[in-house]
Structures are given as C-alpha cells and as structure tokens.
Design a protein. Sequence first.
Lengths: 393, 191
Amino acid sequence: MEEPKEFQNYTINFGPQHPAAHGVLRLLLELDGEVVERADPHIGLLHRGTEKLLEHKTYLQGVPYFDRLDYMSMMSEEHTWVLAVEKLLGIEAPPRAQYIRVIYAELTRILNHLLFLGAHGLDVGAMTMFIYTFREREVVFDLYEEVCGARMHAAYFRPGGVGKDFPEGHAEKIRAFIDDFPSKIDEYEVLLTNNRIWKQRLVDVGVVSEAQALDWGFVGPMLRGSGVAFDLRKAEPYDAYAKIDFDIPVGKNGDSYDRYLVRVEELRQSCRIIQQCLEQMEPGPVKHENFKLSVPKQEDQENKMESLILHFKHFSQGFEVPEGEVYLATESPKGEFGVYIVSKGGSKPYRVKIRPAGYNHLQAAKEMLPGLMLTDVTTIIGSIDIVFGEIDR
Amino acid sequence: MTEEKLENLEKLVSEKFPDLPREREIDSLVIRVEPKQLIETMSQLRDGPGLNFTLMIDLAGVHYPKRDKPLEVVYQLLSVKKNQRIRVKVSVDEGAAVPSITSIWSCANWYEREAYDMLGIMFSNHPDLRRILNEYEFDGHPLRKDFPLSGKIEMKYDEKLRRVVRVPVDMSKSKREPFKRSRREPYQQSH
C-alpha cells in the first residue's frame, strides 16, 4: 500500500533575472500547485537615488535624469519636469515649442505603447509582435535622433521651450510616419485582437473594478481600462492639448484585454493629435525670450558680451527659481507622472519627489495575483506595463 | 486648477474644516493637519460631498532640519469626479509617528514605507513598515539633509576574504603616477 504523500506550498522567486519580469522585479510567489497563494513584490534593485541627486543639480541639469526614470517614455518624463519648473518660474513656452512638445510627447506615447504591445505579446507567446513593433520603434528613434542627436535619452525639452527647432524637412518625416502608422496598427490588431490564444490568455484575467482601481490608486490606461474616463490631457490641459481634439478610450470590464484595447486605441488617438499639431503649428521662436532663463541665440553670443555671460551662467550656475512649491502631473504613457518640487530660491531645488506612474500598479499586483495561475502572472505583469527605472528611481 | 475652481474648493473646505489652517501655494490649496486629526480629516476628504478625493496620488516626506518639527509629510489628493486637487500637510517631531492612512487608501502602503525608508518618518498602525527602495540592512535615511550625497558605506569585493564587504565610502582619488615627462636628450651633433 502506498503511503499518502503530503504536498506543501512552495515559494519561488520570480525574477530578478526572469525575462518576463520586465527588468529587475523580484516577485516572491507562494504556490499551491500552479495556483498563486501569495505574492510579494520586492523592488529597489534599480534604485539610483535620483531624488537625492536632483537636490544637488541645477534645474537644467535635472532634465537628463528624467529621461532615465522611465526609460521607455523618455520625453514624457522630461515634459513633467520642465512644466513644473516653468510653473515655479511663472513662465510659459512659446506656442511653437508647445506644439513640438506635444508632438514629441505623443511620439513617445507611441514608443511606449509599442514596447508594451511587443513585450506583452512576447510574454504571452506571440513572438512576432515584438519584431513587428520594434520595426516601427526604429522609425521613431530615428526621428528622435534627428531632432536632438540622441536615440533614447534625449534631454530635448528645456524649461521655457525645447532645445532646438525642427531641422529642415523634419515635419514632413513625422507626417509620413503618422500617415503610414495606422495601417501598422491594423496589422497588430489582425495578429492579436481576435486571436483565440491571445483572448484566452487575456480576457477575464486580472479584473479590476472601478472601486478597486481607485482604492489602489490606479492612473492612466489602468484606470481607464476599469471604466473611469480620466485623462490629464483633458482634465488639466497643459501645453497645446487644449487646442486639440481627441477621444479618451475607456474599457468596460477592467481585465487585461480591455487594457490592451485601451492602449491600442491610444495609439490611434496619438496619431490624430500629432496630425492636428502639424497642421496648427506655425513658425516662431522655440525658446522663452527671457534669456536669463534660456540659452541666448548663437549669433548674439558671438557679438554681444552680455549674451556670452548669460550663456556661461546658464550652464554653470543655472537660473534662479523663486521660492515656492509645486506639484505638477502630466499624462505620461503609463499614467499620471508627477513631480513635487520644493524650492527655497536659488538654482537648485530643496526637495524633489517624483511620483512614478507604475508604482501603484505594481503594488496592486500583490492583491491581483493571488488565486490566479502561474501563467497568468506574466500576463498581469505585462498588462500593468511596468518599467523599473521609474518605480525604483 | 482654474482660479474659480480654487475659490469654490476653498469655500467648501473652509465650511467643512473651519479650524484647519489653509494656505495657497501656486494655484493649489494646502491644508495643515495635526497628526491626531489626520485619519478623520482624510476620510472626510474622501467621502465628503463635493470633495470626493477618491485618489491618493502621492505622499512625499520632506526634511526641514531647522524647524521645530523637522519632518513633514505631504499628501496630494485628486478627485476624479470633480477634477480638483488638494494638498494636505502634517508635521511631526523626530521619532513621533504619523497615523497610517492605509485604512483609507490601500495604495498608501508603499508610499509610507518609502517615506520611512528614505526619511525615517514613522507611521503608526502600518501593516508592514519595512524598507522598500534601499536594501533591508541599510543604515540611515538617505533623503535627510545631513546624509551625504555619496553615502556612508560602500560595498566591494575583498580579494583576500573572497567575499563582499562593507567599508566606509572613500572618495579620495587613488594615487596615480602621472606620466613622467621624458626629458629630451640634448641634441647631439654627429661628427
């Protein structure tokens, strides 16, 4: 006669080296067979002390740090920082700079959502998606490179405007990409939206109700996936968003599939926004005209003593920012990304708190995962679209 | 927020909480709360009609070493329905605890852990107050103003002990021998 065997729950480490952990997530999973009993995400493996470093940098030197927070949506992060600094200074960027920033914020949204689609597809088993989306990401990276010289970490937005105006023929290139892109989205949708396996893996997995989403502090596509139509681009329009017409896609069931659909629709809306921006924008200055706050013109630096001094002071000492505190948030591709700056005057902030968009989403994984199968863990991690640069800071 | 909206919100808040000090920072409303009133105020802010601050957006700790109460916790609340924001501040003494608001918004959990980790602010009734961003054995609270930027302890591999050791941070530059300038031989005329 066989003795009855006793099975125990066992604990596994999902990550920090797991390819589906999207970076350095260490997720402790307690499993009963294949069912998750308890999940405990451990973060901080990518902590670089950005908030402390920012206290020791001028406002201008702070910009590149924001590229490196959420390294999948670089310019959106810069956008928050420069808008917050502008609010402290009480200035506004000239209209052309506003349009350029909106165009690039939306191109960045496309970049981020393409990575989401590719990586999410890869996690769930659709390898082709990754190759498809990276084909289009390459085009956007080329645009990035043309406008600011860097393919990823741009440091293109500056307090009071942008670094440089578009080079010759750049707007046409963006237009060509945007005209072509919706057909590419159709391609992705043909692959995924009605795919039986994709639906089996996503539909009704990780359902979040509206009340739960609010309690867990969800923002962005995660909140909209649960049926709350809240988008900061509409609610608190910044830069040129007030002049632009677009829709907010909203989910119905709050599952992973709805969040996928919301993000795909956002890709289409981004195309609409960029198209309108390209039509509406007119030639003009792209930097704030107070040259104590922005870099003086090149020809002035060569001919005028004062401009040369201002240029030197701009990059060494930095500009003075009045005392005050501000919390400013923008709709980054992952949701509300905010900065809280406390300034005590001078050219460096006293305290900066970054509010990462994905922080709460990962935190909620603790509540979302128990009761699901091990295979659904990758679906949920993919669906909440996390990047550890911003979560760990 | 627009000026009109801010006026309305301030009116509403002054009726609800007549004895709480209010301030205006650049287009936002700030209220200051004593730690013992916090839970009460926060649940009213969440559920009160017209307020509806259903989302706890952010919790930031700030260290002001020169103040009487050197640690400050700043909450940012957002109302999705009314599309308005409010900022709530609590100041505490060194070692005193702020009541945890995890019972009101469960997402406050990690934010409070972070404030504890980075600034050493204590939260009472918190379910799981561990460090979060720094490693669990970390010593000190890095966002305090007296914490040096380069840190205090660094980890490196010790060749002799054959393991990773913790040593005080040493920022001095290693003694490098600059290239010795080769003295040019005097020109010798060939015979």
